[in-house]
Design a protein around this ligand. Structure first.
Ligand code: ADP
Ligand code: SR1
Ligand code: MG
Ligand code: MG
Ligand code: MG
Length: 415
């Protein structure tokens, strides 16, 4: 890498980097001779180091100029680290309880130093695979989504401020294009990146590529993803981006996009976890009670999000937001009608994006551990087919749902 000021770090050079960086050294209590470093990146894109000393701990994340899970044949801008650090700071300001603190950001090095979320806190996806119930998950995630999305929308902000934010994050275009390709395009065409459980799902993958109605719906969502600058979204809010406290990590895809892309990522990944449970069931645990808990969490997450978002709207209705001006929305029944319309649209968007994200995890490039960890290919294929059929039905029929309970009844009846 010839670019000025950048070099990919390894365990040894990271020690030297930390010693030369007071904002990081101080977090380790100055006990720099006792440092141990472990690379733990299990994501698709970046390198993540846990740095421990006798007196403290930090996490260092570095973006290299390519997609990690593919290799240097897929170049990718290191500027993603800048957008990740910016979104961590912005979302952290709006929702400090659920975002890790950024200690240090080095744009030339594409490097972020942040709070270490220590054991026993784990990635939510791992907990869902193990069958662990998190009674406060819906409460906390609805809080995160309501605050980050409401306070970065035009309901709360002036259009001038909103467009400033839009302009800043517009430059995260390479990351958006990655999503456009792997979520909205590749699953619907032949691509060398696609894979699925074969030969079991060969026909199912082909059916996705030949389903005109599905392709029209996916194209509509793709356009919305590109065109709708509704709020500063995380952009990759799957259950691998949530560490249970919860804290939300990894917003490198952040930009001003449709709120439903975040809400749908979270709900869609819970539905993926739901369909994977049959593959994890064994004699000791049939996972039936756990599946009920997942459905309850899906319902509560949406319903609590709805209530909290509208509550914030009512609280700030006389503020600077320019989408619904107080002298126009001056009657409470008119405002509540506007809110109902706004929320039902977000609901349908969330269902659509959630379904699209489920489909890409079955027939696209990046799969999820929930399903991948089912070793028996026959069993896995059955779970995957059920997931895919459910996602296709949701994507096509999303506008028919009036509430989340309808979806959870359908999920119960069909599995
Ligand atoms: P990628 O962008 O490559 O997906 P992530 O930000 O998701 O990288 O991080 C990859 C892994 O590193 C996570 O799954 C988690 O195990 C670990 N990790 C990341 N950030 C932290 C943190 N702040 N504290 C503890 N572990 C972390
Ligand atoms: C090459 S696709 C890699 C995927 O991993 C990231 O976390 C995003 O979900 C992206 O689509
Ligand atoms: Mg990640
Ligand atoms: Mg990432
Ligand atoms: Mg996804």
């Amino acid at each position: 890498e010839a670019e000025q000021g950048f070099c990919p770090l390894d365990e040894a050079s990271l020690v030297a980097y930390i010693k030369a960086t007071p904002a990081l050294a101080s977090r380790l209590g100055g006990a720099l001779d006792s440092i141990t470093i472990r690379e733990v990146g299990d994501g698709n894109l970046n390198f993540v180091y846990i740095v421990l000393s006798d007196a403290g701990a930090i996490v260092i994340k570095q973006a290299l100029p390519y997609v990690r899970c593919v290799g240097d044949s897929w170049p990718m801008t290191r500027e993603r680290a800048y957008f990740e650090a910016s979104a961590l700071r912005e979302h952290g300001r709006l929702c400090p309880d659920h975002v890790p603190e950024v200690y240090h950001f080095d744009r030339a090095m594409s490097l972020i130093g942040m709070r270490y979320i220590e054991p026993p806190h784990i990635i939510l996806r791992k907990g869902l695979i193990a069958g662990v119930e998190y009674p406060h998950l819906a409460e906390h995630m609805s809080d995160y989504m309501a605050k980050t999305l409401f306070f970065t929308s035009m309901i709360y902000n002036t259009t001038t401020d909103h467009k400033k934010g839009v302009a800043q994050y517009c430059a995260n275009v390479e990351m958006c294009r990655l999503t456009e390709q792997v979520v909205f395009s590749d699953p619907y065409r032949v691509s060398k990146f696609n894979r699925w459980t074969s030969p079991h799902l060969d026909k199912d993958a082909e059916a996705v590529r030949e389903d005109d109605e599905l392709k029209l719906e996916a194209a509509e969502l793709k356009a919305m993803f590109i065109e709708r600058a509704q709020a500063l979204i995380h952009g990759d809010l799957h259950t691998g981006s949530i560490m249970i406290l919860p804290k939300v990590i990894d917003p490198e895809f952040a930009f001003y996009g449709p709120m439903g892309f975040d809400i749908g990522a979270f709900l869609g990944n819970l539905i993926l976890a739901y369909f994977a449970q049959n593959g994890h069931a064994d004699q000791a645990n049939d996972r039936k009670a756990y599946k009920k808990w997942i459905l309850k969490t899906i319902e509560e997450s949406w319903n609590l999000f709805y209530n909290k978002f509208v509550e914030l709207w009512n609280k700030h209705k006389e503020g600077n937001g320019e989408a619904y001006l107080p002298d126009i929305f001056n009657k409470s029944d008119l405002l509540s009608l506007a809110q109902k319309k706004y929320m039902i649209n977000i609901f349908h968007d969330s269902l659509g994006f959630g379904a699209a994200k489920m489909i890409r995890r079955i027939v696209g490039i990046a799969h999820v551990e929930d399903l991948e960890s089912i070793r028996d290919a026959n069993k896995r294929a059955l779970c995957e087919r059920a997931t895919l059929n459910c996602a296709k039905a949701i994507l096509k029929g999303r506008r028919q749902y009036e509430n989340i309970e309808q979806l959870s009844i359908e999920l119960t009846e069909n599995t």
